[in-house]
Design a protein around this ligand. Structure first.
Ligand code: HEM
Length: 209
């Protein structure tokens, strides 16, 4: 129904919305390093914004659009034996990037499962915004949940290492002369976000270690 070009653009734009959200989300969560009150104050302020329901709807729509478009593109690619077209380029990649590129659908599906557990435990559960820090600490102090969040953060880093490059390419921001530098920046952002989320898990368990 939709051409591959339209689907790639939709995947890239929804991916851009999601990366901006994840950056904002991590920044808010990192306030926990300044103390529980700093985070709770930010959560209260956020919940008082009139635009919050619209922003939440945009994020949830972006998740659905991104997931569907990437799945359809991967399926069409497989039908057309597309992955072989990239074999030569991939041979020049590091094993981390090759792994990231080959596992996009699996890492994306893993993130979807993580998100369902995460939203069920932290967003869709009835809670007072002024108690957000307690909710986070109680959740992350459960070993099995902490492990799941750690895996989620690692899979996010893997997914974005390839995803950021694909997004730049689909948005027409790929220049061969900047390919290597751009890829390094993408990996740095991806791993930086992963480490940022893992730091919150470590912080929540610091008194227990
Ligand atoms: C240590 C890691 C994380 C912590 C402590 C955390 C914490 C939270 C909290 C407390 C909420 C509820 C916010 C509220 O009701 O005001 C939330 C919502 C959410 N989180 Fe996370 N999060 C983490 C990692 C992630 C990751 C890695 C992703 C994405 C891959 C993510 C995506 C979301 C989404 C989509 C929402 C719903 C936003 C909304 O609709 O308001 N989170 N998170």
């Amino acid at each position: 129904m939709f051409s591959n070009m339209v689907l790639k653009l939709a995947a890239a734009l929804s991916g851009l919305v999601l990366i901006l959200f994840v950056g904002f989300h991590l920044t808010t969560n990192l306030l926990l390093w300044r103390g529980a009150e700093a985070l709770d104050r930010a959560a209260i302020a956020l919940h008082n914004q009139v635009w919050l329901p619209a922003a939440e709807a945009i994020v949830l729509t972006a998740i659905a659009v991104h997931f569907l478009t990437v799945l359809i593109l991967a399926w069409r690619n497989r039908q057309a034996r597309g992955p072989q077209a990239y074999a030569q380029w991939q041979s020049k990649q590091t094993s981390w990037l090759r792994w990231a590129a080959n596992s996009t659908v699996i890492s994306g599906s893993g993130l979807a499962v993580f998100l369902l557990v995460h939203l069920q435990g932290m967003r869709w559960r009835e809670h007072d915004p002024s108690q957000t820090s307690s909710l986070i600490l109680q959740t992350l102090q459960q070993p099995a949940i902490a492990l799941l969040y750690g895996l989620g953060a690692a899979v996010l880093a893997l997914h974005l290492s390839h995803g950021l490059r694909s997004m730049a390419r689909s948005l027409g921001l790929f220049y061969p002369q900047w390919a290597i530098a751009g890829q390094r920046v993408a990996i740095a952002i991806a791993i930086g976000l992963g480490i940022g989320f893992i730091s919150i898990i470590a912080l929540a368990n610091r008194t227990l270690i």
